[in-house]
Design a protein around this ligand. Structure first.
Ligand code: B1M
Length: 182
């Protein structure tokens, strides 16, 4: 199997199973943390084998997990894929306030800002971040994703694109960079 296949078919389902056990009450936070750590380590091993496209600079992308949310595994996968495809990625990390995202988008002259949220309690940060980016009059396009996000919610939040997984996000971001350069 390919590195991306191992991630999609083995690692992510395993982590989802840990999540399901946590929900059923047979796993507790320490087991969930250990599972997430194991995932991050496996991910580091696979990183050099993830698909690489043409590496000339294709665009500048700013990524962040929204304020209040410390889930970053999906966003980290997206960052690695984008770098492998030749994008210049500024990863602001997790639990990032709106003002820091706007500041980075301005400084980096981002073509695209990507926001991730994994919880119903934090996805509600997205509309505010997008509004702040628009108010700052920045020319960037915005893509959102994360387990709880739906296409409807992305539209409601004012995003230009939604992607269900990191691979779909790479394709969508290629479209957005085109659009922002037109
Ligand atoms: Co937490 N957690 N967690 N957790 N955790 C969830 C999300 C939850 C669904 C589990 C549950 O209760 N069933 C639940 C949220 C409920 C909800 O709101 N619907 C939850 C909760 C409640 C919590 C805590 C509050 C638990 C507590 O403390 N009581 C706490 C939150 C703390 C906080 O954020 N303030 C917490 C903590 C943690 C850990 C630290 C233990 C750990 C995170 C470690 C880390 O990220 N560094 C963790 C984990 C691992 C999970 C589960 C099990 C797995 C998430 C994950 O990494 N999946 C999760 C349950 C589940 O999903 N089954 C759960 C794998 C990852 C590759 O997927 O990030 O979705 P994901 O990314 C995908 C797509 O969503 C997409 O691409 C990726 C695939 O290619 N994608 C994008 C993501 N971002 C994108 C951005 C894009 C485009 C696509 O464009 C920009």
């Amino acid at each position: 199997s390919s590195a991306l296949g191992m991630m999609d078919e083995v690692l992510i389902p395993a982590l989802e199973q840990a999540g399901a056990r946590y929900e059923q009450g047979t796993y507790f936070l320490p087991q969930l943390l250990l599972s997430a750590e194991a995932m991050q380590k496996a991910f580091q091993v696979l990183t050099p084998y993830l698909p690489a496209g043409n590496r000339s600079s294709k665009g500048k992308i700013v990524l962040a997990t929204v304020k209040g949310d410390i889930h970053d595994i999906g966003k980290n996968i997206l960052a690695v894929l984008l770098r492998n495809y030749g994008y210049q990625v500024t990863d602001l990390g997790k639990d990032v306030p709106a003002a820091a995202i706007v500041e980075a988008a301005r400084q980096e002259e981002a073509d695209v800002v990507g926001l991730s949220a994994l919880m119903t309690t934090t996805m509600v940060q997205m509309p505010g971040v997008i509004e702040a980016l628009r108010e700052a009059n920045l020319p960037c396009q915005v893509i959102v994703g994360g387990a709880v996000i739906t296409p409807d919610y992305a539209a409601f939040a004012g995003a230009d694109e939604y992607a269900k997984d990191a691979q779909a996000a790479v394709t969508a971001i290629a479209r957005l960079v085109e659009a922002s350069r037109r």
